[in-house]
Each structure stands twice: as C-alpha cells, then as structure tokens.
Design a protein around this ligand. Structure first.
Ligand code: ZN
Ligand code: ZN
Length: 131
C-alpha cells in the first residue's frame, strides 16, 4: 500500500500486514489532526518506508513522536517510545483508506460529547487491553 501527505511532498509505502486498525478519540490525536477522531493502524517499523521527502517530527508527549508534512501539515505517523519496533500510520493518509477499515475504537472516554458512534465495533474507554 502507498500513501502520503495532501500536497505530495511526502510519500510512503507499507509492505506488511496492518494490525490494530482503530479510531482513536484521544486529545493528542484530536489536536494533531484538528479532527474529532483519527483513524490509524500499526505496522512493523521495517515494513514502513518513506519513498519521497522527509516528514518533520514532533514530540507530542513524553512517550510519543508524531510526524507531519512540513509543507501541508498532514499528520502521518506516531511512534511510541515503548514500542520502537512499531509505527502507527494515519489511515486517511493512505491512497486507499478503504483497504484498512477500523476494527475498534480506543480512548473513547475522551470522546467529544457530540460524537455518537453507531457502529458495532468494540469500544475501549482507554488503551486496548493486550491480547
Ligand atoms: Zn504535504
Ligand atoms: Zn490518539
């Protein structure tokens, strides 16, 4: 799968199988994307490769680094310091986001009061419990 930012300066390729495809309701994702919810999925770090450009990194918390396009601002990835072998990719930066549907919601305790979810996906108030 391929994806990139809105303006095209940053392009990437995902070669592995996505996992933990979710919709995150946390405040950090909300503010980084200026959107009420953010769909993202995880993939092994070695199965994610930039093919054009270099995103700008931003330490959005003590444990996480986000990246975005320095030109158009599209939010692209998140890496958790405790999970350095994984990278979270924003589903809607994919060229075909329909290929990676979400399988649950996380951090719903932080959801905005005017968000009403009508799907049947599992809803986790906090982080997803390890399987
Ligand atoms: Zn861009
Ligand atoms: Zn989040």
């Amino acid at each position: 799968m391929t994806g990139g930012c809105f303006c095209g300066r940053i392009r990437y390729e995902v070669t592995g199988q996505p996992f933990n495809s979710t919709i995150c309701h946390c405040e950090d994702c909300r503010r980084a994307a200026a959107a009420p919810l953010v769909a993202c999925f995880s993939v092994s770090r070695r199965e994610f490769r930039l093919t054009r450009g270099t995103p700008k990194g931003f330490a959005s918390s003590a444990w996480g680094t986000r990246s975005f396009c320095p030109d158009c601002g599209t939010h692209l990835t998140f890496v958790h310091s405790e999970l350095p072998d994984e990278i979270d990719v924003t589903t809607c930066s994919l060229d075909s986001p329909e290929l990676v549907p979400p399988t649950d919601h996380v951090r719903t305790a932080k959801s905005l009061p005017w968000i009403h979810m009508a799907d049947d996906l599992p809803k986790h108030p906090g982080r997803r419990q390890p399987v």
